[in-house]
Design a protein around this ligand. Structure first.
Ligand SMILES: *[C@@H]1O[C@H](CO)[C@@H](O)[C@H](O)[C@H]1NC(C)=O
Ligand SMILES: *[C@@H]1O[C@H](CO)[C@@H](O)[C@H](O)[C@H]1NC(C)=O
Length: 249
């Protein structure tokens, strides 16, 4: 993952997708020595605006904000309520593809599943609700509304495949950030306010883990680690592990 540093100001938002554990299931590692025989031929959505490259691993990489296509026949998004962002997360497609290739070489050809939105963010935002992310007129679905649905259909297909083969997996949603600090940000769908709370508060309120994207991981690990430790512990969190490898988070 050393190349991540080279790309400067980027962040990875992690959405950890785990199937509900069976009660009393002992957490066990997932073995990924799966055959590489299944197809990795890409599947395209309408107008090739979305692409799903099936993989072999219990890992799904989604790239919603790096689209390079800005066809003039697709109207720009016009809505401008607070929170609407229309600029791309630059180089996220390139980072995602580099991760896929790197994993392929390290894991003897085994690759993650990848879902890419190719339309620019001024045209579509597949990481927002349909109404905000894909505008249109009432009469018939717009091309961006169809592309938005393709993207989410592909994500659901990848999740189903991973669930069927492995029982659980990991989804990494790749994003960028707009500030100049060169560190890796890992997002678990928790607000900055929640993240400012001390460990006592974080561990004392069960609604905090249950609203985060690592809730299923926590459910499997809660016997051995507190939620605060899973979130930001020096040796027990992903951010802590990255830092111990020399990456700023
Ligand atoms: C979509 O991509 C495929 C494969 O590259 C190509 O054959 C096809 O013509 C493209 N379709 C459109 C609508 O661009
Ligand atoms: C909706 O209709 C208006 C008027 O015909 C048009 O200018 C606009 O581009 C349409 N929007 C979409 C998203 O198709």
């Amino acid at each position: 993952l050393r190349f991540l540093l080279l790309f400067g100001v980027f962040a990875i938002t992690l959405i950890l997708y785990f199937v509900k554990p069976k009660v009393e299931e002992v957490p066990s590692p997932i073995f990924v020595n799966v055959p590489t025989t299944s197809t990795t031929k890409p599947i395209f959505g309408i107008e090739n605006f979305t692409e799903y490259i099936p993989g072999h691993l219990p890992l799904i990489i989604t790239i919603p904000h790096g689209g390079h296509l800005f066809p003039p026949y697709i109207p720009d998004r016009v809505n401008n309520f607070p929170g609407v962002v229309k600029s791309n997360d630059i180089n996220t497609q390139e980072i995602g593809k580099a991760v896929v290739e790197l994993l392929g070489t390290k894991l003897k050809g085994r690759k993650p599943h990848v879902i890419i939105n190719h339309l620019g963010r001024s045209k579509i935002d597949v990481n927002r609700p349909l109404k905000e992310g894909a505008e249109g007129n009432e009469t018939e679905p717009s091309l961006t509304q169809l592309a938005w649905k393709d993207y989410h259909t592909f994500v659901a297909m990848a999740i189903k495949e991973v669930e069927e083969i492995f029982g659980r997996g990991l989804l990494i949603d790749i994003h960028g950030h707009g500030h100049p600090n060169n560190y890796i940000e890992i997002g678990y769908v928790l607000s900055s306010e929640v993240l400012s709370y001390p460990a006592k508060v974080i561990n004392g309120d069960p609604s905090i883990p249950s609203e985060s994207s690592i809730r299923a991981l926590y459910a499997r690990k809660s016997g051995t680690v507190s939620f605060d430790e899973l979130l930001r512990g020096e040796t027990t969190s992903l951010g802590g592990k990255l830092q111990s490898l020399g990456y700023d988070t």
